[in-house]
Each structure stands twice: as structure tokens, then as C-alpha cells.
Design a protein. Structure first.
Length: 585
């Protein structure tokens, strides 16, 4: 990296813009209803998704996906949900997740996309701050019964009639519809499937039945009235505070990325794309990268509710998946599965050569994903990127150039002044996919005076305008593709019996990126083990936030600054050294 003298009048400022958005090829309609309508018109009878359960195989064409989304929109209209209504979707990767999210937007509503990793406390917070009025959810996720969780949070849910819930805890919530259940064998959600309904919670079939008499032309008109600037979805991401931040995304911002990933991956309809995702679509990256790239090319999404490595490999073999999407630690889990050497994965074409899957004896793909990229949930993924198969002499290890419509600048983290090219500072971005704002936070407290989002990431721009990301400037832990707020884990640790001091750090890890590690000081005379602490946290935090390692220290080991704050960098090194000494790293 070259440092430029800022006193030199010839220095080049660290500000770079991509081409105008109007010049970006491959963009279609810039609303979610428009996107789905356009791909349906283009690929109508092609298979859009496949869903295998113990009961059999379900396949939807693009036309059927549109019809199912219209069903959801019709039901929402019939029960009173309209323009800007907040509709929560709490499901795993299943057909109804896709039809529900698009259906919400066809009705003019806002899809509140909720993580199935949510604990009871997290779900309570998300429902309260989002103002969700209708909740569409899956009852059983692994061993978690969300109907029971919701009823425990608000007993009135178990007593009220459907559509008549009155709750001081969730003042906007009126209606709940459930899919699946203990007796539903996975619950396909097809008309007639029941599954755990009771009290204010109605079955999926009963919910859809509300819309049977809704005029189709009115639903179509509602979908056509949606504007690119309208609020489309509310995703949540851990920020610098202890609670997840609600990120308000416009139709235009999401739709641009859905179309754009076809170009970034260099996919074509002739590729007969068959994709599979290891992670939930409630993460913006999986939504854009998998659903966007697949649907925009007329491919088929092979759905799996939750990743179980052995079952995932069998599914990929059976459905001839050629584009798998996972994070590094999940590639390692697949490679460690007992049936790894027994499955035929010869259909794989679009699997990056750096992944374990590319080393499978039946895979001969020679492909490089568009991994030289940078983005945030606040920009609904990418702002800079080189497309797939960009040669090393072109990307040079960078995160790529600014995408159309995007401007990137590098500033001094303290003063906000633009730095010279080559000098490292804070990455700031603005562009057409930038969020409309954080839920409940004024926009002028989120963006700088020029409308840039200050990302909290460090990096620099070179003389050619390529961005080089160098890591976080704050303490957010990036683990397995997800953000974890150390403060949120610390707050949970505070209430753990026997814990006097609990501090959480991220330690570099080969496959996870960073491993969540809790550094704990116990009260004198207490004897609490690491697994007891982890068990305590599992009841309060989503699984990916629970520390993988709990390390015990004396209070004297924890170094403080003059303002009595922990020196995070020192504690991170201390934890890394301890883990390395015992062979964990």
C-alpha cells in the first residue's frame, strides 16, 4: 500500500464512482412484483423450485410460483393487509417462504423477514420493533416449536379467535397463520394441510382460504401499483448495539441486486441452473445471490429446510445440483459427512475451485465465483465486485470496482475527511441499493452530510479505483457469514450465574472467518463450567451467536484502558494465544 502526502496538491482523493445505473445491462423491472412477473413471463413452464420431504417431491414452475404468490396476496388483502402493512415471514427455506415474501409485496405490503435462529427474547423484540400485523410462520424448526414460543410470549394468542388478537405486548399483531407442525410431516402447505392451528393461530390452508373470493384483477392491480421507491422488505442485522438493527430496503434496491447477480455470476438460461443454499433466505446475501441469480436465469432452486450435511449431499446428488452456495465452515462440514465419498456430484459446474466441494472425486469444475467483492446488508449486498472467473492479474486481490450507480469514498474514521488514494481509512458508500434507513433511527443519524453510509469497515482505494477491504474498524464479529454483536453476547453473559465478568471477542478462524469466544471471570468460590455457560446462552441467543469456546481468566488478566474499557485487541490476542496453546487453533 502506498501512502500519499496529503499536502501535495496533486494527490488523488479516495472517491470513485461506478458507471451510471442507466448503463447497467440486464436490469428489468425494479419492483419485486415486477421481477417475479417478468421471470414468469419469460420462463413460465420451467421448474422454479423443488422441495423434497418424507411425503414426496413437490415441484413448482414459474407460473405456479406466481399463482402461489397471488394466493398469499389475495389472502392478505382479504384479511385487511394493504399498502405498507408489515407482514412477518418466519420460515426455513421452503416453497412457502418464497411465495409468502413475494406475495406480501404483490399485496403492497412490507415483508418482515425473520430469522428462524431467533430465541424467544429475540423474537419478542423483532415483532415489537417491526410493527408486524400478520405473522406467517413455520411451527417446527428442528426442535423449536414457534407456536409454543409465541403463546408463551403472549398467552392471549392461545385464547383469541383468528383475526381478533388484542395484545399490549404486540399491539399491531392481529393475525397469525402456521404451516407444518408435529403431525404434518413437514407440512407442504398445500390447501388442506393443517398443522398445529389453535386460538389466534390458523392453519395455512384456512389462511389462504380467505382470499378465494378476492378478484384476481385487484391483486394484479395492487402488484402493478408498487413503485421502485416503495418500502419492500425489512431485514435485520446485528449492528454496533446489542439489539439487531432493522434495515429498510426499497423495491429498487432489492430488485437491482436480483437482476445483477446473473451478470456477476455470468449465468445464462442455457446453463439450466440448479442451485442449493446451505443458509436461510432471511439473510440478504442468500436471498440475492441464490434466488436472484437462479430466477433471473430461469433456473430451479433445490430447497432444504436446514442443512444436514449427509442429507444435503444426497439431495444434491438426487437433484443434480450444479450451483451450491455455502460458507467455508459448511464446505468443511460437507467434506466430513460419512457419505462424502459415496455420492455422485458430477453435475457440479459452478463450484469455486477453492472450496472443499471442488475437491470431490466426481467434481471436475474449474470455476471461480465472484468472490472479489464488497458489500453490506445496508446495501443489500454488493457495492463493488469483479464478475466470476476474473483473472488474478485483473482483480489483484482487491474487492473490485464500484458497481453502476455506486460511489465509494475512504475517510479518516475520526474526522470524516476524505483521504488520498492508497491511504487506509473507513469505507463509505452510497448508491441505488442503499437502504432507506434503519428502523426507528433518523436518517441524519445514519448517513453523513453527503448521504454516504459509513460502514465501520477499513480499507483503501488504489490509483485504478479498486477497493481493498482490510477488516472491521469496530468490534463486530463476522462468523460464518453472519454478524454477531459482542455487546449482545456480553449482556446475556451478565445474567449467567457465577459469571463476574463476561467479554466476547472474535478470534481468526480458518473456515468461520472469526470464531465467537467468551472470556469469563467467575465470582470467587463459584464453579461453573464452559458447557454450563454455553447451555445458558443457548436459551437466550441464536445458535450462531453462542460462543464456540469459553475461556476462563483471572481478573488481573483483563487489561483495561484509562477509561476502564477493555482493550479488545489485547483480549483478542490473549484468547487466540490460549486457544493455540491447547491446539484449538
Amino acid at each position: 500500500m502506498t501512502t500519499v502526502n496529503a499536502n501535495d496538491s496533486t494527490w488523488l482523493p479516495s472517491v470513485v464512482s461506478g458507471p451510471p445505473l442507466a448503463e447497467e445491462p440486464g436490469l428489468g423491472s425494479l419492483t419485486l412484483p415486477g421481477f417475479l412477473r417478468e421471470v414468469t413471463a419469460t420462463y413460465g413452464d420451467r421448474e422454479a423450485l423443488v422441495w423434497r420431504t418424507a411425503d414426496g417431491v413437490e415441484r413448482w414452475t414459474y407460473t405456479q410460483l406466481w399463482d402461489r404468490a397471488v394466493e398469499v396476496a389475495s389472502a392478505l388483502r382479504a384479511v385487511g393487509a394493504g399498502k405498507d402493512s408489515r407482514v412477518g415471514v418466519l420460515m426455513t427455506n421452503r416453497p412457502e417462504w418464497i411465495s409468502a415474501v413475494f406475495g406480501v409485496t404483490l399485496a403492497g405490503g412490507v415483508a418482515v423477514v425473520l430469522s428462524t435462529f431467533s430465541t424467544a427474547a429475540e423474537l419478542e423484540h423483532l415483532l415489537q420493533v417491526s410493527g408486524t400485523s400478520v405473522l406467517l410462520f413455520e411451527q417446527m424448526v428442528v426442535k423449536k416449536d414457534f407456536a409454543a414460543v409465541l403463546t408463551e410470549l403472549e398467552p392471549e394468542i392461545g385464547k383469541a379467535r383468528p383475526g381478533e388478537l388484542q395484545s399490549a405486548r404486540f399491539p399491531f399483531l392481529r393475525r397469525l397463520a402456521v404451516i407444518g407442525g408435529p403431525g404434518a410431516a413437514g407440512g407442504t402447505g398445500a390447501p388442506g394441510a393443517a398443522g398445529g392451528a389453535g386460538g389466534a393461530i390458523e392453519s395455512w390452508a384456512d389462511f389462504l382460504a380467505h382470499g378465494r373470493d378476492e378478484p384476481r384483477e385487484l391483486v394484479e392491480a395492487t402488484a402493478a401499483s408498487v413503485a421502485p421507491s416503495d418500502l419492500a422488505a425489512l431485514f435485520f442485522s446485528s449492528g454496533t448495539t446489542s439489539k439487531p438493527k432493522g434495515i429498510l430496503n426499497s423495491h429498487r434496491g432489492i430488485a437491482i441486486q436480483l437482476w445483477r447477480f446473473r451478470r456477476m455470476y455470468r449465468f445464462e438460461p442455457s446453463d439450466d441452473l440448479r442451485s442449493w443454499a446451505a443458509n436461510g433466505f432471511f439473510w440478504s446475501g442468500n436471498f440475492g445471490m441464490v434466488l436472484g441469480s437462479t430466477f433471473s436465469t430461469g433456473g430451479s432452486v433445490v430447497l432444504q429446510a436446514t442443512m444436514v450435511p449427509e442429507e444435503s449431499l444426497e439431495l444434491m446428488q438426487a437433484e443434480r445440483v450444479n450451483f451450491p452456495f455455502a460458507w467455508p465452515h459448511q464446505w468443511a462440514q460437507l467434506e466430513s459427512a460419512p457419505n462424502w465419498k459415496d455420492v455422485d456430484l458430477s453435475a457440479m459446474r459452478f463450484v469455486d475451485t477453492a472450496t472443499a466441494l471442488a475437491r470431490h472425486p466426481t467434481v471436475s469444475a474449474n470455476w471461480h465465483e465472484p468472490g472479489h467483492a464488497y458489500g453490506n446488508t445496508e446495501t443489500f449486498t454488493l457495492t463493488t465486485c469483479f464478475p466470476a472467473n476474473t483473472p488474478p492479474e485483473t482483480h489483484r486481490g482487491s474487492s473490485g470496482p464500484a458497481l453502476p450507480g455506486v460511489t465509494v469514498k475512504i475517510v479518516d474514521p475520526l474526522t470524516g475527511q476524505v483521504l488520498p488514494r492508497g491511504e487506509q481509512g473507513e469505507i463509505c458508500v452510497k448508491g441505488p441499493t442503499l437502504m432507506l434507513g434503519y428502523l426507528g433511527i433518523p436518517l441524519d443519524e445514519t448517513l453523513d452530510a453527503e448521504g454516504y453510509f459509513r460502514t465501520g469497515d477499513g480499507g483503501y482505494l488504489d490509483d485504478d479505483g479498486l477497493l481493498f477491504w482490510k477488516g472491521r474498524l469496530n468490534d463486530i464479529i463476522k462468523t460464518g457469514g453472519a454478524n454477531v454483536s459482542p455487546r449482545e453476547v456480553d449482556e446475556a453473559l451478565k445474567s449467567c450465574p457465577g459469571v463476574k465478568v463476561g467479554l466476547t471477542v472474535g478470534v481468526p478462524h480458518e473456515t468461520l472467518g472469526e470464531m465467537v469466544v467468551a472470556c469469563v471471570v467467575l465470582h470467587d468460590g463459584t464453579d461453573v463450567g464452559a458447557e454450563e455457560i454455553r447451555g445458558f446462552l443457548r436459551e437466550r441467543l441464536a445458535s450462531y451467536k453462542v460462543p464456540r469456546q469459553v475461556l476462563f481468566f483471572d481478573e488481573a488478566d483483563i487489561t483495561l484502558t484509562g477509561t476502564a474499557k477493555v482493550k479488545t485487541a489485547d483480549l483478542r490476542k490473549l484468547a487466540a494465544d490460549r486457544l493455540e496453546s491447547v491446539g484449538v487453533l
